[in-house]
Design a binder for this molecule. Structure first.
Ligand code: HSE
Length: 415
C-alpha cells in the first residue's frame, strides 16, 4: 500500500480526495498498489468531511513521515507551495501538482531537484485541467519539432467571452457565473488579466523547447478591455474573439510567445471551443496540426489529472523522470514589439471616411468593418499587411495625431 498526502483541501484538493476514495479499487488495479490518503493539510477544519480523521495543520508531520511517498500539492500560489514542494522533493518524495503558478515560476529548479533525488515531479493538471497535454507533448509528440503551440488555455475567460458572444451577457455577470461554478481563480484578476493563460503557455513553451520561459518574459493582455462592439466587429469580419496563448519557434533559436485576445476565423479549429472548454493546437513538423480539447477547469476534470499523476508516480518509483527543461535566458524571447502581426483597430473620428483613407495611407490596404447600430463617428478596420508591432504602434500614433481616437486594438491571428 502506498500512502499519499494532499496539500490543500480547496476545489481541486477535495476533488483529488473524492476521486482517490471513489475509485479505490480501479486505481489499485492500475497502479498495482492500493493508494491511501494518509494526510490532508489545510489550515481550516472540516469536521463533517468523510476524511475528517486525516486532516493536519502540520506540514512537518507530512514531510517527516517516511511512509508518505507521494504528495499532491493543490494549494495554488507560490508561498508556501514552493517551499513545501521543494522540501518534499528533497525528502525523497515524489510530488504532483496542479499549480501552474509554481511550475511556471520554479519548474526548472524543481525538476532539477527531482532529478537529483531520483523522484518524480509531475504536473499534468497544471495546463488544460483534465485534458492530457503535458504527456502528449513530452512523449507522444517527441519525434516532432514543435513549430507552434496555440491554445485557449483559460476556461474562465473562454466562458466569459462565450457568454458575451452567444448571449450578449455583460462581462460582470459572466464572471460572477464563472466564479459560482468554481472555474475562476481565487483572485479572478489572474484569469481576466491573462496571467493564468500566461503561466500555462510558459509551461508548454518550456516543455516543447527545453528552456524555461518565465511569465515576466511574456507579453500578456487580458480580456477586460474587450467590448460587445469588438465582438460584433469580429463577427462581421468572419470570426470570434478568443484569448490565445501562442508560442512559435523562430529560425534563430529564439521563441515568439504572447498571450492576447485575438480575432480567430470561424473555420479555425479553435473558433468553436466554447464555454469552459480549452483547446490546444500543437503544430508538429511531422504530425501537422494536433488539437487537444476538453474541460480546462473545474474540480473533477483537474482532480482526474492530478490522480493520474499520482498513479504514474506509484508505478514508477525511482524511475521515469521524463520531464525536464533547463533554466531560461534573458534574450531567449523575442521582444513583443518585434512580433509580426495583423491588427484590428477600432476608433472614432469626426470624418470616418477621411480617417479610413488616412489609415489606408499608413497601413497599406485595409479592410473596413461595419456593424449595425454603430454611431456615425465610429469606424473599424483590419490591416491586411503583416508588420512588426512597433511599426503598427508608430502608425497608430500618426493616426491619432491626425485627429482619430483609437479605442481598441486586437491581434488578428493566422490560426
Ligand atoms: N482559472 C483557471 C481557468 C482554472 O479558468 O482556466 C484552471 O486552470
Amino acid at each position: 500500500m502506498v500512502k499519499v498526502a494532499i496539500l490543500g483541501y480547496g476545489v481541486v484538493g477535495s476533488g483529488v480526495a473524492e476521486v482517490l476514495a471513489n475509485h479505490l479499487e480501479s486505481i489499485a488495479k492500475r497502479a498495482k498498489e492500493e493508494i491511501r490518503i494518509k494526510y490532508i493539510l489545510d489550515i481550516r477544519d472540516f469536521p463533517d468531511s468523510p476524511f475528517a480523521d486525516r486532516f493536519t495543520k502540520s506540514f512537518d508531520q507530512i514531510v517527516n513521515d517516511p511512509e508518505v511517498q507521494v504528495v499532491a500539492e493543490v494549494m495554488g500560489g507560490l508561498d508556501p507551495a514552493f517551499d513545501y514542494v521543494k522540501r518534499c522533493l528533497l525528502a525523497g518524495k515524489s510530488v504532483v501538482t496542479s499549480n501552474k503558478e509554481l511550475v511556471a515560476a520554479k519548474g526548472a529548479e524543481l525538476l532539477k531537484i527531482a532529478q537529483e533525488k531520483n523522484v518524480n515531479f509531475l504536473f499534468e493538471a497544471s495546463v488544460g485541467g483534465g485534458i492530457p497535454i503535458i504527456r502528449p507533448i513530452s512523449q507522444c509528440l517527441a519525434a516532432n519539432d514543435v513549430i507552434e503551440i496555440a491554445g485557449i488555455l483559460n476556461g474562465t475567460t473562454n466562458f466569459i467571452l462565450t457568454k458575451m458572444i452567444r448571449e450578449q451577457m455583460s462581462f460582470e455577470d459572466a464572471l460572477a457565473l464563472a466564479q459560482k461554478l468554481g472555474y475562476a481563480e481565487r483572485n479572478p484578476a489572474a484569469d481576466i488579466e491573462g496571467h493564468d493563460a500566461c503561466r500555462k503557455i510558459c509551461i508548454l513553451s518550456s516543455l516543447a523547447y527545453g528552456k524555461h520561459v518565465y511569465p515576466e518574459q511574456v507579453h500578456t493582455e487580458g480580456i477586460t478591455k474587450i467590448t460587445l462592439q469588438d465582438v460584433e466587429y469580429a463577427a462581421s469580419w468572419g470570426g470570434v474573439i478568443k484569448l490565445i496563448g501562442q508560442v512559435k519557434k523562430l529560425d534563430d533559436g529564439r521563441i515568439d510567445v504572447v498571450v492576447a485576445p485575438m480575432f480567430i476565423e470561424e473555420n479555425s479549429q479553435l473558433a468553436n471551443v466554447d464555454d469552459v472548454f480549452n483547446g490546444i493546437l500543437v503544430r508538429g513538423d511531422a504530425t501537422g496540426d494536433v488539437v487537444f480539447y476538453g474541460k480546462g477547469a473545474g474540480k473533477l476534470p483537474t482532480a482526474s489529472a492530478v490522480v493520474a499523476d499520482i498513479i504514474d508516480c506509484v508505478k514508477h518509483f525511482k524511475a521515469r523522470k521524463y520531464l525536464y527543461w533547463e533554466d531560461g535566458a534573458e534574450q531567449y524571447v523575442l521582444p513583443y514589439e518585434d512580433s509580426v502581426v495583423s491588427m484590428y483597430i477600432r476608433g472614432h473620428a469626426q470624418d470616418v471616411d477621411a480617417a479610413a483613407e488616412k489609415a489606408g495611407d499608413l497601413f497599406g490596404k485595409i479592410r473596413r468593418l461595419y456593424r449595425d447600430g454603430a454611431d456615425e463617428q465610429e469606424f473599424a478596420f483590419v490591416t491586411t499587411q503583416e508588420m512588426k508591432v512597433r511599426e503598427i504602434q508608430e502608425k497608430v500614433e500618426a493616426l491619432q495625431k491626425s485627429g482619430v481616437s483609437v479605442d481598441s486594438m486586437i491581434r488578428v491571428s493566422d490560426l
